[in-house]
Design a protein around this ligand. Structure first.
Ligand code: NBP
Length: 497
């Protein structure tokens, strides 16, 4: 790596041609990179852009470059030479090998104190490793989760930065300026060292899987148990969007249910029932298992996508095992719809409870001081899971003392109790009609398990001791003491140290 003076080799830089150096360099002008570039440019930041395929850069400049302070770089060395010091470079390339390759190629031209930001959906463990490796070379690496898709990137994303703390004062104003805002507060806050930013983005995506699965299950029940038309379903989601369920995903579901195909039929009916994924849901579920956190709802959402992928197997099984569910009587439909609303709300609360539980466990394990209230706030706008509900979650983290979980927050405890009867009715509707609703029902099982002071694990402990002498603790003795019963012998008990 070269010093500030030596770096960028023989490239002349913008000063040589009478232009001010750029505030930020962007590598990757795909969907997200191009839109973030325009957003930054709208905020009067001077940019330098580079894309591996030059034609993409040329098209970007031809379409959007007019009247904007955007310099084009033909290679990474030139990009670096165009930047003010310390250099700030945003990578918006595909996660994995592409990020690794670009970092490798950039390094020879960078100087200590320069800042590299990976805005892709990188695995937080990769980010943690890159942060350590680059820190050893004096470079500040930031892993920044970006959510909101194309539109968010263009007009106000939710940004989740973490990594080298020294970078934050340098990049804060720039990224807070382009982020979405709620009541004037930017949806972009510092989350902590190492992979903290990408970790929070991973949880965001996991929660997104859960929210989407819950909505899909409710749609399926509306159609196949209640017999609603797509327009009736859309009306219901639109109405729900005016209340406690107000959120981006509820809003777009109302819209997509109304969309017609060429022949006037509902478009969603023509879409193959196989859900793809890019892996962040699986990462979240794996991380929950590694951290011993019962993240059942997101886990079910991931499994449901996996089951959806077994299309031909399902078609064969339907012929052998399937049956057409009957519809509930007309007179009961209104009450069932209310029940579905309550089930969706309560199950969503369970999902967020579990998601925050996982973040709390990860924060403890990794030594991150994750600002949970800020996380709820920065998901409040700009991202896919944005919803009114997140404001209540933020309030929960502002209470003193902070409740041990969202389900023990006084506001949410009252809300979930209000929704409980409808939730049970909705799950019974699914079970009774043979319609899969794994997220709605597993959330209810979690709730029932969570609010049960004396559960069923005593039987498991007894079984473990019976066949494997694994010992058990007793409720009527010191809980640190372990006992073994001679189950097949005289039934006597041994106390073990
Ligand atoms: P795109 O597929 O639109 O663009 C990918 C970019 O990566 C292109 O500029 C491509 O250059 C570049 N690239 C690749 Br691929 N390999 C490269 C390499 N070895 N060296 C240099 N550049 C390379 O992706 P996108 O949708 O803009 O997503 C970018 C990142 O943001 C991803 O990590 C994605 O998961 C994340 N993200 C996407 C969204 C979304 O809604 N799309 C939302 C949030 C986060 P090329 O033109 O030469 O192929």
């Amino acid at each position: 790596m070269k010093t500030t003076e030596q770096s960028a080799g023989s490239e002349p830089g913008l000063a040589a041609i009478g232009m001010a150096p750029s505030d930020i360099g962007i590598v990757g002008l795909g969907v997200m990179g191009a839109n973030l570039a325009l957003n930054l440019s709208d905020q009067a930041y001077r940019l330098s852009v580079y894309n591996r395929t030059g034609a993409v850069t040329a098209e970007f400049i031809a379409t959007h470059g007019q009247g904007r302070a955007i310099a084009v770089a033909d290679n990474l060395q030139q990009l670096v030479s165009q930047l003010a010091s310390p250099r700030v470079i945003l990578l918006m390339v595909t996660a994995g090998r592409a990020v690794e390759a670009v970092i490798e190629q950039l390094q020879p031209w960078l100087a200590p104190g320069d800042i590299l930001i990976d805005g892709g959906n990188s695995n937080y463990q990769d980010t943690d490793r890159r942060w350590r490796t680059l820190a050893a070379r004096g470079l500040h690496f930031v892993g920044m989760g970006v959510s909101g898709g194309e539109d968010g990137a263009r007009f106000g994303p939710s940004l989740m930065p973490g990594g080298a703390a020294a970078a934050w004062p340098v990049i804060r104003d720039m990224f807070q300026a382009i982020a979405a805002r709620v009541d004037g507060i930017p949806c972009c806050q510092w989350l902590g060292e190492g992979g903290a930013g990408h970790y929070v983005k991973m949880i965001h995506n996991g929660i997104e899987y859960g929210d989407m699965q819950l909505i899909a299950e409710v749609c399926h029940l509306m159609q196949h148990a209640l017999g609603l038309s797509h327009d009736e379903m859309a009306d219901r989601f639109a109405a729900w969007n005016g209340g406690r369920l107000e959120s981006y995903l509820i809003e777009i579901t109302a819209r997509l249910l109304r969309q017609r195909d060429h022949d006037g039929g509902p478009l969603v009916e023509r879409i193959l029932d196989v859900a793809g994924s890019k892996g962040t849901g699986v990462w979240t579920a794996q991380d929950a298992l590694d951290n011993a956190v019962p993240l059942t709802l997101i886990g079910e959402a991931v499994h449901a996508r996996m089951l959806s992928a077994r299309k031909s197997e399902r078609v064969a099984a339907a012929a052998l095992l399937g049956s057409v569910p009957t519809l509930v009587p007309e007179a009961e439909r209104a009450a069932c719809l209310e029940a579905l609303h309550d089930a969706l709300y309560a199950a969503k609360l369970v999902s967020y409870t579990q998601g925050f539980m996982l973040m709390q466990a990860a924060a403890e394990k990794n030594g991150w001081a994750l600002p949970f209230g800020d996380i709820a706030l920065l998901w409040r706008a700009g991202c896919i899971i944005r919803s009114r509900f997140l404001a209540d979650i933020r309030n929960s983290f502002e209470r003193q003392p902070v409740p041990p979980s969202l389900l023990q927050d006084p506001f949410f405890a009252a809300e979930v109790k209000n929704a409980e009867a409808g939730w049970r009715r909705a799950v019974m509707l699914a079970v009774g009609h043979g319609i899969a609703a794994p997220a709605l029902s597993s959330a209810l099982s979690f709730y029932d398990g969570y609010r049960c002071a004396y559960g069923s694990a005593n039987i498991i402990q007894a079984q473990r001791d019976f066949f494997g002498a694994h010992t058990y603790q007793r409720v009527d003795r010191d809980e640190t003491a372990h006992f073994h019963t001679r189950w097949l012998g005289d039934g006597g008990e041994e106390k073990l140290s």
